[in-house]
Design a protein around this ligand. Structure first.
Ligand SMILES: N[C@@H](CCC(=O)N[C@@H](CS)C(=O)NCC(=O)O)C(=O)O
Length: 235
């Protein structure tokens, strides 16, 4: 091996050691049993920043499901916690049972997992896959707004925002309104089994109104204020 390729290999090993892998001491079957356990028999720990954003849905579902859960906010992200995540980003969900601990990464996976655990993913395979499709389409709009508007060059942000609002958003709304109408205009995308709306759900409303819920929402506003149009940046 040449000295440059051995240096590259050493660097790759160092980087790899920084990130947590999905493998643990337990077998995949043992870990899977933790994931399959009754949600009432486990405790959840959601690791994410001190604001809402991509962890918001998971927190709502955990509240909805009256789960035993807590929020963990990394305090020394740059130095350490980053490396406790498989991909160096959060959220990460820990599921703790008497049998041990399992970890899930990626918000989409966490949200789907929790939705299924708390019976929010329909009652047959077709409903499940359709609900997932709506979720993905909503995620797509969020992802596009983040990459095209929020985290673009500061001097291009206003233009990017106007373009996004004039083209992408009306198109997306039109498509989704068609789905809502096609479902009979009952306020739901698909089916009519769950008639209560998110904000009318007592557990989710309580979470939203709690000190923690309000603090996390405010945290998001503060965090994203750095992406305000330059003449409106809050000091
Ligand atoms: N694909 C990931 C993306 C998550 C993500 O972007 N997380 C950001 C916060 S919103 C993060 O952890 N950033 C850490 C960093 O950039 O150092 C998911 O959906 O879970």
């Amino acid at each position: 091996m040449s000295s440059s390729s051995s240096a590259a290999a050493a660097a790759a090993t160092t980087t790899a050691q920084h990130y947590r892998f999905f493998h643990n001491e337990a077998s995949t079957e043992e870990t899977s049993r933790i994931l399959e356990a009754d949600p009432k028999s486990v405790e959840y720990e959601l690791v994410y920043f001190d604001f809402s954003c991509v962890a918001a849905t998971a927190r709502y579902i955990l509240s909805y499901g009256k789960a035993k859960w807590n929020d963990q906010h990394p305090k020394e992200w740059e130095d350490k916690e980053e490396y406790d995540c498989p991909f160096g980003v959060m959220p990460v969900l820990h599921i703790k049972s008497e049998e041990g601990k399992a970890m899930l990464a990626e918000s989409v996976v966490i949200d789907m997992y929790l939705a299924e655990k708390f019976n929010l993913l329909g009652s047959n395979r077709y409903e499940t896959e359709t609900i997932k499709a709506f979720y993905s389409s909503i995620h797509y709009l969020r992802e596009r707004s983040q990459t095209r508007v929020t985290w673009t060059f500061a001097d291009k942000r206003q233009e990017a925002f106007e373009r996004f609002m004039k083209t992408m958003v009306p198109w997306w709304i039109q498509v989704h309104e068609q789905h809502l109408e096609r479902n009979g205009g009952n306020g739901h995308y698909f089916g009519d089994k769950v008639r209560e709306t998110v904000l009318a759900n007592a557990e989710m409303a309580a979470w939203r109104e709690s000190e923690d819920g309000k603090r996390l929402l405010e945290g998001g506003k503060k965090f994203y204020s750095v992406t305000a149009f330059s003449d409106k940046v809050e000091e």
